[in-house]
Design a protein around this ligand. Structure first.
Ligand SMILES: *Cc1c(COP(=O)(O)O)cnc(C)c1O
Ligand SMILES: [Zn+2]
Length: 453
């Protein structure tokens, strides 16, 4: 084993293939245009050859990955491609479409943690990324796979996705970087201005449809039945392979120690499935010996997974999701339901749901300690506050909240909050600008009054 190099010796020996998540027999190439099991219609999952991966010891893997973090040796400096043997082992270098995604900082939320009595609180800032959300982690893998498919003569000529805003931004950017046309289906008027303009700027064909996300999903599924357009939604389990690296990255950032809890806002349930898959992989390879408890956080307005949890996961609940400030998780029929049930049950996890009022005030409270949180991160933080209040999360626990997008994408959410204009929200921490005449006396008086409080 060559430990003095960051390239991989096992790369060619090791192979990843699609298998049915429900366990039907059969294997399919990850470079084929196939999204669901031909036998049962369920989701596929990328299966790695664990025995081949065990040819490196846990310590050798840790050292290899640590040596790659942040380097400029293509493509290993990326948080995703630094783990390439675990992600897409037989993808050729020339097909990697990377913008050095991942390696996001783990913000020690000490001040907020002190306030709520959980000082070992961390926020994984996945929004500090190329297009401002964790969706970059999956799209680098998906677009790279498509590039290899096209290089090898596949009929695919474009990529497409329905989106609540961040998927499309990431897909459009990576497709533009690769020179591959992209088609974006957005629910008209239901994404933020920043999210709408991102794929527009990146040259995507942006189709704003008069429906919600689930409606866009139905249409994109029809459009991609023609195998020349590749579906980039999270029912495509290739994306999960990139997204799972964030869980491994969190553990590495704690020197390979596992936190007690990871709390994540969920919509289509791909990301929580990805966290579980990443953690399970490094547990199987002996890098860790326990799992964190995973908490899925939802908005009350779009809470099908929470309802399923309340019925003991006896059956999948599907709803018509109502409008929520957490627009990226306004989903009523989550695609990765079965995978997420596994993620929660196998980690002794929980599902929590929060109101608009709770999510908006949680986001504002975090901002007052220096963060700049998106509404989805507000959902996860509000869930944290509830679990602490209920005594589920205890003061000595180490907790990681996954911040899924950058607050700068959600300016009207912030403005609305501080102007006290959000529906169903009482802005308890509003801090609007103070408009004054340009008069030193008035200004000094105002400062004195403000600093007294
Ligand atoms: C996509 C997204 C989510 C939800 O992830 P799922 O995989 O759909 O559960 C949460 N927050 C943000 C900001 C997102 O863009
Ligand atoms: Zn099947």
């Amino acid at each position: 084993m060559q430990l003095d190099t960051i390239a991989s010796a096992t790369m060619t020996a090791n192979r990843a293939v699609f298998r049915c998540f429900r366990g039907c027999p059969g294997e399919y190439s990850v470079y084929d245009v196939i999204y669901t099991c031909p036998n049962c219609g369920g989701l596929l999952e990328v299966h790695h050859d664990i025995d081949a991966l065990r040819s490196r010891s846990a310590d050798e893997w840790k050292q290899l990955i640590e040596r790659r973090v942040g380097t400029t040796t293509w493509p290993y400096g990326s948080g995703v491609w630094g783990m390439r043997e675990w992600v897409m082992p037989d993808l050729r270098d020339e097909n990697v479409v990377s913008m050095y995604e991942g390696n996001t900082n783990l913000f020690w939320a000490g001040r907020l943690g002190e306030q709520i009595g959980v000082p070992d609180l961390w926020v994984k800032l996945c929004g500090n990324s190329h297009t401002g959300s964790f969706k970059d982690l999956g799209m680098t893998v998906l677009v790279s796979v498509v590039k290899q498919m096209m290089a090898d003569g596949s009929p695919v000529r474009a990529v497409a996705a329905a989106s609540t805003g961040d998927t499309s931004a990431a897909l459009a950017a990576y497709a533009a970087a690769a020179g591959i046309p992209s088609l974006i289906f957005l629910p008209s008027g239901k994404v933020s201005t920043a999210q709408l303009i991102q794929p527009v700027a990146n040259g995507a064909h942006v189709l704003a449809l008069d429906t919600d996300f689930d409606g866009c999903m139905r249409i994109v599924k029809e459009v991609t039945k023609d195998n020349t357009i590749y579906l980039a939604n999270s029912m495509n389990s290739v994306r999960i392979e990139g997204q799972k690296t964030v869980a491994i990255e969190i553990v590495r950032q704690f020197d390979w120690n596992v936190p007690d809890w990871i709390i994540i806002p969920v919509g289509n349930l791909g990301n929580i499935s990805a966290l579980y898959k990443g953690l399970k992989l490094i547990k199987d390879l002996g890098l860790i010996d326990k799992m964190p408890r995973l908490v899925a956080a939802q908005a009350d307005k779009a809470n099908p997974f929470y309802r399923s949890f309340l019925n003991g996961f006896r059956e999948k609940v599907t709803i018509q999701a109502d409008k929520t400030l957490a627009s990226a998780i306004q989903i009523g029929n989550p695609v990765s339901y079965e995978k997420a049930v596994q993620a929660v049950t196998e980690t002794n996890g929980l599902v929590e749901a929060v109101t608009e009022h709770e999510l908006a005030n949680a986001a504002a409270r975090a901002d007052l300690t220096g963060m700049y949180t998106c509404p989805h991160t507000g959902v996860a933080l509000a869930a944290l506050f509830k679990l602490v209040a209920r005594g589920e999360i205890q003061s000595r626990d180490r907790v990681v909240v996954v911040s899924t997008a950058h607050g700068l994408k959600f300016t009207s959410f912030k403005v609305g909050y501080h102007e006290g204009k959000l529906g169903e929200v009482e802005s308890e921490l509003a801090n609007p600008p103070i408009y004054l005449p340009a008069d030193v006396g008035v200004v000094k008086e105002t400062i004195a009054r403000r600093l007294q409080r």
